[in-house]
Design a binder for this molecule. Structure first.
Ligand code: ATP
Ligand code: MG
Length: 425
């Protein structure tokens, strides 16, 4: 393991702080290092209790912060780097996600059995990073790119924590691993446990799955990772636990959707759903309001673009980013199904005209602004409170090609509209 993240000087400092107390890197840090992939976060573990670790770090370059004492978790900070240390544990669960009892363990073998997958239960001693300790058969699984649980029978692992089902699907997509038939069967059996998982945890795993294709750009894969992961979620019956009754469309368009934001990816997935149903579902999964709005707006434009009656103003009223998002989705859909070609061509034309300022993208791009209308109002004694509505009506008229975007034409049109809409005295 030369030139690996495990060789970093800051980790060597941590190793020295632990003196002769064993401390190991575990999880993604070891797995990814063996695969030649970058490491997202550094997880350490060992038999030392949290309070011992806190003491060891006193008067050293390592700052220790107790995170969750009963889980045995301590953050170790040094020079802008952070590792999370967890005391060896044995967890016992009823069902769900949080262990009902946590018991610290003495051995690495016991600790391995509270983890999820064999490739995530590989340990490298920080004092000898050439070694990998493999208590659950993870090394052959890593070589064969297989994801299997730390126990022979996956039920023992998946029944304890429904989140592990989503983690399995996420690792399948991120790392290009295959789930063993036994894991798939067990995931199907325990998919209902996802009802007990907090929405934000499900959201985080789903987001990681949706961005799995960009996580490791150097990794070569045989199948497009995101469509594969999404199909697995459907196959094991986990889909309704995330999206209720919303039915996803086929996933072919996803093969080239790497650069879309998560909100747009979900809109792509649900391009036939009503925008409000999708936004509601996203909020139920605790996506940020701005992400739900992004999906709502872009999906609204996409659906408007398919309606031949819709005007330019209909397509631009959600804003330029929504129109651009809809165009990107339509391009991806066109690649998968030519019925979207016409809508895509229409959006393209519209965006080109907007870029060339032949169509104003919003009220702000009109040749007159609020100040001009205020003067008009004062001169003619018109009701100022209608100004916003008049400006919007002017923009609609210009966007739809009924009025040229010139100051003279717009002031004339504005006066007409104001007077038309002013109640007779
Ligand atoms: P990543 O590269 O995404 O960080 P990771 O495998 O390191 O992947 P983490 O979420 O950082 O994943 O967790 C670190 C380790 O903790 C895992 O490898 C696994 O051994 C263990 N772990 C994390 N979450 C669970 C869980 N829900 N059930 C069992 N073990 C878990
Ligand atoms: Mg990790």
């Amino acid at each position: 393991m030369c030139d690996t993240p495990l060789r970093a000087p800051w980790l060597r400092t941590i190793a020295r702080v632990f003196l002769d107390i064993p401390v190991y890197a575990v999880g993604g840090a070891v797995r990814n290092t063996l695969m030649g992939l970058p490491v997202s976060d550094m997880d350490l573990c060992g038999p030392a209790l949290p309070e011992t670790v806190m003491k060891l770090c006193e008067d050293t370059p390592v700052t220790a912060r107790l995170r969750a004492a009963h889980f045995g978790t301590v953050e170790l900070h040094i020079g802008g780097h952070m590792a999370e240390y967890t005391t060896f544990r044995q967890d016992s669960y009823r069902t769900g996600h949080q262990p009902v009892a946590v018991r610290f363990a003495d051995t690495l073998e016991e600790d391995a059995l509270r983890r999820d997958f064999s490739v995530n239960a590989l340990y490298t001693p920080l004092w000898d990073i050439t070694r990998v300790i493999d208590p659950t058969g993870g090394l052959p699984h890593l070589r064969e790119k297989i994801l299997h649980t730390v126990t022979e029978d996956p039920d023992q692992v998946l029944k304890d924590d429904g989140l592990r089902i989503l983690r399995a699907v996420r690792f399948q997509a991120e790392l290009g691993f295959s789930l063993t038939p036994a894991v798939l069967k067990s995931a199907t059996k325990y998919a209902a446990l996802l009802d007990e998982i907090a929405p934000e945890r499900k959201r985080d795993e789903l987001t990681k799955l949706l961005t799995a294709d960009i996580k490791y750009p150097t990794l070569s894969r045989t199948t497009p990772p995101v469509p594969k992961g999404l199909s697995t979620l459907v196959e094991i019956g986990a889909w309704p636990k995330l999206f209720g009754t919303l039915i996803p469309m086929n996933f072919t368009a996803f093969a080239h959707a790497e650069t879309l934001d998560t909100g747009l990816k979900l809109a792509l997935l649900y391009h036939r759903a009503t925008p409000v149903a999708l936004a509601h579902r996203m909020e139920t999964l605790h996506y940020a309001k701005k992400d739900a709005k992004q999906a709502y707006d872009a999906l609204s434009v996409l659906q408007e673009a398919q309606n031949r009656q819709s005007t330019n103003a209909d397509l631009l009223r959600y804003g330029l980013p929504a129109a651009q998002g809809a165009k990107r989705m339509l391009d991806l859909l066109t690649g998968a199904d030519c019925v979207y070609r016409q809508a895509s061509a229409r959006m393209e034309e519209l965006l080109i005209q907007t870029e060339q300022c032949r169509i104003p993208a919003s009220v702000k791009h009109l040749a007159v602004g609020g100040d001009d209308l205020l003067i008009l109002c004062r001169e003619r004694g018109l009701p100022v409170e209608r100004m916003g509505k008049v400006l919007y009506a002017l923009w609609q008229a210009v966007a739809n090609g009924r009025v040229p975007n010139t100051r003279r034409d717009l002031l004339y049109e504005a006066a007409k509209r104001w007077i038309d809409s002013t109640p007779c005295q």
